[in-house]
Design a protein around this ligand. Structure first.
Ligand code: GZL
Length: 331
């Protein structure tokens, strides 16, 4: 009997040790991924915004493929664009004692409490893709993502250059990204900052399309009904621009000609529309953050100092450049 009890005690101790070392094992309900079971792999809890756009799908693939290539055990959670689901997932990662937490915050505000819980649990956090507006930058180790203000400025500058000889008003409608999100706030600000140079540029309507094709089409239909003379559409992502194209064609107008269209992302469908002349200019926003994320995670877990801000490199595309680039696009 004694032998049996001692064996059980030993097995219990072994199981406890295994679950502590890699944060493996245990189902959280909110996440998917390799159950692991205490391997010595680095364990990352990743909370993704959702699957709202082509960009997001490509970003998810980049993170998942990079985790596999880097030998990182990934616990992945899709929040369906709801902040409360991201907060639940982060709490679940804390309970599982993962080695590092990474997430793309769906909106900028409301993260301090849960990030403080991660800090108390001594689990480092990496922001990827989108930022938070907390003044306490000790709550995360680094922010890897694009400069959205710069993206908005590039979109505005193209418009200013295209219409430099225009004498009359240039009526612009704007499809904003998800309300409260960093890309929506910053792209809007960057664009407005550039076009304010000339009062002929008038934003006659601006509303969220939530980064989705369906909502972009719905809002553009409303814009077309309430504005007789639209010259330009600025859409914060390709997907809303593609939805708007359907609305513009449904109204008997020619996208890219009757209404010039500027979008941001440069996903394959957007680049195809640009090559076809239905979109006029795209500012790239790369979703391929996976490799850099895994590299940063390993450094952070090893206690190395990393830059507080890592800006992804990206470019812009005209119609001709899209025709050349299409065949080699990764997303
Ligand atoms: C930008 C990213 C945005 C994309 C959209 O980094 O957060 O969210 O521009 C996506 O396509 O939905």
């Amino acid at each position: 009997m004694l032998k049996r009890i001692s064996t059980l005690v030993l097995m219990g101790a072994l199981a406890a040790t295994m679950s502590a070392c890699g944060g493996g094992g245990g189902s959280t309900g909110a996440t998917t991924g390799d159950s692991g079971g205490g391997s010595d792999k680095l364990v990352m809890g990743f909370s993704q915004v959702g699957a709202e756009s082509g960009w997001r799908t490509a970003n998810t693939k980049s993170v998942q493929d990079s985790a596999k290539n880097a030998g990182v055990e990934l616990k992945f959670s899709d929040a369906q664009q709801k902040q409360e689901n991201q907060i639940k997932a982060i709490r679940s990662f804390i309970q599982q004692k993962v080695d590092v937490i990474a997430f793309s915050p769906v909106v900028e505000s409301g993260w301090d409490t849960v990030l403080k819980e991660a800090q108390t649990a001594k689990i480092p956090v990496i922001l990827t893709d989108r930022a938070v507006d907390s003044p306490d930058t000790s709550l995360y180790k680094t922010f890897l993502g694009s400069d959205f203000v710069e993206e908005g400025k590039k979109a505005g500058q193209w418009l200013v250059d295209q219409y430099k000889d225009e004498k009359g008003d240039v009526n612009i409608v704007e499809l904003q990204g998800t309300t409260g999100s960093a890309p929506a706030n910053d792209r809007k600000a960057g664009f407005a900052d550039v076009i304010k140079a000339d009062p002929k540029f008038k934003v006659v309507a601006s509303q969220t399309g939530d980064f989705t094709r369906a909502k972009g089409k719905e809002v553009m239909e409303a814009f077309l009904k309430s504005n007789a003379d639209i010259d330009v559409l600025f859409a914060h992502n390709d997907d809303m621009g593609l939805g708007a194209i359907e609305a513009i064609e449904g109204a008997g107008k020619v996208p890219g000609k009757d209404i010039k269209i500027i979008t941001i992302d440069a996903v394959k469908d957007g680049m195809q529309a640009l090559a076809d002349g239905k979109i006029n200019y795209i500012v790239e926003c790369s979703p391929l953050l996976g490799p850099q994320l895994m590299d940063l995670a390993k450094k952070v877990v090893a206690g190395e100092t990393v830059e507080q801000r890592v800006v992804t490199q990206e470019t812009t595309f005209t119609q001709e450049q899209a025709k050349e680039a299409l065949s080699s696009r990764q997303y």
